[in-house]
Structure formats: C-alpha cells, structure tokens
Design a protein around this ligand. Structure first.
Ligand code: KIV
Ligand code: ZN
Length: 520
C-alpha cells in the first residue's frame, strides 16, 4: 500500500503565540511564516483574527504574502468571528476557516452554558456559514478527549454533513494517553458513518508530557493531520513539537510506513532558532531534535562507539535537520559574496539594502571578535531584521557602570529621545544591571517590574555574543525586550530599553486598551 501524506498543520503563530509572554509583532509573525513555507508546512494557522486588531492584521498580511502553504484562521462558532476570519483570509492563495466549539460536559455546563442539542445546532450552523466563504473548513470540538464518546461521534457526523472538510480532535487539556487516544480515533472511524468524507486531525497539548506520543498513536490509528508547533510552544505546557513528530515519522519509516510528511527537514534548526529568539522561549539543552545537546556524545563508551561507526549511538544525521557543529563561517577579511552565499544557505532571503547593512554589522563584529560562527550570523540577521529602529522612543547613547566587591553598584545612563535631546541620570542598585535599570526608569518615569532576566551565549568562547532577554511588566502589560552584544552588561541595558520602547509605542497606539479576553 502506498504511504499517505500526513498533513502538517503548524499553529506556532496561533496556539504558540497565545501562551503568556510569547507575543510576536506582525513583522516577526511574517518572518516565521516565511520560514514555515521553506519548511514546506502544509497549513499555517496564522492567528485568531477576531481576538484583536493586531491579530486580524497579522492574518491578513500573512494571507496576502504567503504562497505555497494553506493559511488558516481560527474562529469561535459565531458568525461575527467567521466573517472576520473570512475577511482576513480574503487574499490567501489557499484559505481555511477553522471553527472551534466546546463539547465536553464540563465546558458545556460552565463555559458555553448550552445543552448538547444546542451545541450540535451551533456547530452545524457555524460550518454552513463558514462554507459560504470557503471550501476548506475545519471543525474542532474543544476538549474532545473529555467529551462523552457517543456525543463526540454525533457532533463529528453532523459537522461533516454540514460541510466540514477536516475534523480535528483536540486534547485541549493534555489529559489523554497514547493507547486511549488511538482507541478514540478508532472509535470515531467505526462509529461516524461519514468519517471518510473528512480528514481526521489531532491537536495535543503537553500537560502530561505526552503530546507527541499521543499524536503519533493517533496517526497509527488513522489520523492524517497533526497540529503542532515549532519547539512545542503553546498554551501551558505547550503543543506537540513539530520537529519531534516529523523526525519520528522520518526516522522510523519502518514503523510509520503508512504515512510520510512533505517537510524539508533541513530547515528545522533555523526555524527553531528563529522562533526561540523571537518569542524569548529558550530551548532546553536536552530537548529532542533541536536542543544543543541533542547530538552531543559525552560518555567515553558512547564516544568510542560513535567514532568507530556513527550509527552505534546516533539514529539521525544532524545534517538532516540543518544542524552540525556550529561552523566557523568567516573572519574580517571575508567578502560580501561569501556572506550572501552563507546567508542564503542558512535559509534567509535578504534584500540588497538588508544585505548591505548586514555586511557592515558583520565587519564591526569581526573587529570585536576574531571568529564568526553560524550562530553569530543568525543573531546578526535577527537583530537587524527585527530591530524596531523606527519605533524607538529612546536610544541608548552611553552607559557607565561601576562595580566593585563590597561597594554599592552605580550606573550612569545617557538616553537620546526622538527629538535628539539627551537625558542623563545616575542610580544605585543591588547589582550593576539593577543600577542601570533604575537609572533608565528615572529618565523614562516608568517603573517596570522585571519578571524575568536571561543571558544566553549564542556561540562558544569567551568573546561569544550574549543575548539578553528580559520580560517586564507595567500595569497589565507584559513585554519582552532583547539586546545582543559581546558586552552583556550593555546588552542588558539595551534589552530593558527595547521593552520600554515597545511599551511606550503600544501606549501611544492603543491607550488603556487591554482587549477582549477571548483565547480558546
Ligand atoms: O487546544 C485546543 O482545543 C485548541 C483548539 C482551538 C483547537 O487550541
Ligand atoms: Zn490548543
């Protein structure tokens, strides 16, 4: 029997972005969507258009620009949501409306406050309404794994009859286990008369660490679409990690012989790094497939075997996911065309002016550190592509910081505002970074709460670039700030200022608007 295509539905930009603190701006979402196209993802869920004007605009721009992958937008089973989603998807080459509605007893009683019959009518009406705009409509009975099986089968049958082309079975709260989930998929295949008129999809959350296992068990039972995210980001403990699902199917072709995916796995690593850097959600070292240690062999016995024959201890080739030892790229004598070649090889497409700017930044960095690695290039490109220069209300002009054991750290900061006026301030702090942040606060008049502060070295060696990520809170708003550089103290100041600038820009454009709380 010929293997069937397993549809990879990526929801990094919707479920992934929905998790607290991972919010992305439109430019960042577009860049991730471009990387997902390189990966040859079948469906990109670009967002939840009715959730906010920003979400609407992001889905609209992605639908307008992206070609080669289907673009999906999420909707509650309400006409106003479906209309908004259809409008946002108007320019998509291949649109999909994804409608969700709670079906479990606990959700029916405490969230929807609807009886079973009402849920069926709502679902059917929503699908019929969505089909007026789009031939490709997906339905998700939310909290499916805690829904009575016979009721789940009834809803599934009715929405398919109403025109749903994909039925997605979400394990919304990450409650199921592989055998049970496979049985549920099997049950639907046996008890829903028209099930062969729709693709069965699964969407698993990782609350018990089983999202990938549950998804794969469902595939073995007949599911032909898996919803997943890059690095497994998503609500609470996250979603099934795309790279794990895809590499399991590829590496264990013998076991998953009924399916294949169309994913270009060599772009996995770049995409993982991009998502991690833009969301500020670091990938743990020992994470499968994309963790720093995923292909490192430490113990003597392992190294001994590995050196004799790689497959004694390695089941995948790191090259298959686009990863190898962070490669030495070039030094300060390298030319522009070598840089362009390398950048293309890393999966980025830059315009001429972007390449010129990158070349200048590359030369500056090459003066600061002798060896430039691939990861340095990733950092430079991301810094350049996503710098919000035009949004900057304050720029760091200079920073001086005194720190001596036993003495109170003190910092002096000079910021330049949009009118090119200089503002200077000094402050003490518990540590040098605290002193810098206090001095910045004195100038801006804002007092933000620092929720999280992390420094990651992007490459190896003492002269490695450090990436500082801060998460700050002001009122109800939580913002992410990033700064990179060989000097991590300075990068810490830049990261904080980056978050402050985002906050000030947001306050200018949407004063006191916290939005409707929607999230599925
Ligand atoms: O987890 C969930 O149930 C969802 C649905 C909207 C598919 O994200
Ligand atoms: Zn979800």
């Amino acid at each position: 029997m010929q293997p069937e295509k397993l549809i990879i539905f990526d929801t990094t930009l919707r479920d992934g972005e929905q998790c607290p603190g991972a919010s992305l701006n439109i430019k960042e979402k577009l860049e991730i969507a471009r990387q997902l196209v390189l990966l040859k993802v079948d469906v990109i869920e670009a967002g939840f258009p009715v959730a906010s004007p920003g979400d609407f605009e992001a889905v609209k721009q992605i639908a307008q620009e992206i070609r080669g992958s289907k673009i999906a937008g999420l909707s509650r089973a309400l006409e106003k949501d479906i209309t908004a989603t259809a409008r946002a998807l108007e320019k998509a080459e291949s649109p999909r409306i994804h409608v969700f509605l709670s079906t479990s007893k606990i959700h029916r009683e405490h969230m929807a406050q609807k009886a079973k019959e009402e849920i069926v009518v709502m679902g059917v009406n929503a699908i019929r309404f969505a089909r007026k705009y789009c031939d490709d409509v997906e339905f998700s009975p939310m909290d499916a794994t805690r829904t009575e099986k016979d009721f789940l089968a009834e809803v599934t049958k009715e929405v398919i009859a109403a025109g749903a082309t994909t039925v997605n079975i979400p394990d919304t709260v990450g409650y199921t286990v592989p055998e049970e989930f496979a049985e549920l998929i099997q049950y639907l295949k046996t008890n829903v008369a028209n099930i062969d008129q729709a693709v069965i999809s699964v969407h698993c959350h990782d609350d018990l660490g089983l999202a990938v296992s549950n998804s794969l068990a469902a595939v073995q039972a007949g599911a032909r679409q898996v919803e997943c995210t890059i690095n497994g980001i998503g609500e609470r403990a996250g979603n099934a990690a795309m790279e794990e699902v895809v590499m399991a199917v590829k590496t264990r072709k013998d076991f998953f012989h009924r399916v294949y995916t169309g994913i270009e796995t060599k772009h996995i690593q770049t995409c993982s790094k991009l998502v991690s850097s833009l969301t500020g959600f670091f990938v743990q070292r020992n994470k499968a497939i994309v963790g720093k240690n995923a292909f490192a062999h430490e113990s003597g016995i392992h190294q001994h075997g590995f050196l004799k024959r790689k497959d004694t201890f390695e089941i995948m080739n790191p090259k298959d996911i686009g990863g190898e030892e962070s490669e030495l790229v070039m030094g300060k004598h390298s030319g522009r065309s070598a840089l362009m070649h390398k950048v293309q090889g890393l999966g980025y497409s830059l315009k001429q002016n972007e390449l010129d700017e990158l070349f200048a930044a590359f030369k500056t960095l090459a003066d600061e550190k002798k060896e430039i690695f691939e990861d340095d290039l990733h950092t430079l490109i991301q810094k350049q592509k996503f710098s919000e220069e035009q949004l900057n209300i304050y720029k760091l002009s200079s920073l001086q910081c005194n720190f001596e054991t036993g003495k109170v750290p003190q910092a002096t900061v000079i910021l330049v505002d949009r009118d090119e006026s200089k503002h200077s301030s000094s402050a003490n702090g518990d540590g040098p970074v605290d002193a810098i942040y206090n001095a910045i606060d004195k100038i801006t008049g804002l007092h933000c709460k620092l929720l999280d502060y992390q420094v990651m070295s992007k490459t190896t060696g003492q002269d490695a670039q450090g990436e500082v990520t801060v998460r700050v809170q002001h009122g109800k708003k939580e913002l992410l700030g990033k700064g990179t550089g060989v000097n991590t103290i300075e990068a810490s100041g830049i990261a904080y200022l980056n978050a402050i600038n985002k906050f000030l820009v947001k306050s200018e454009s949407e004063p006191d608007k916290d939005g409707e709380l929607l999230g599925p």
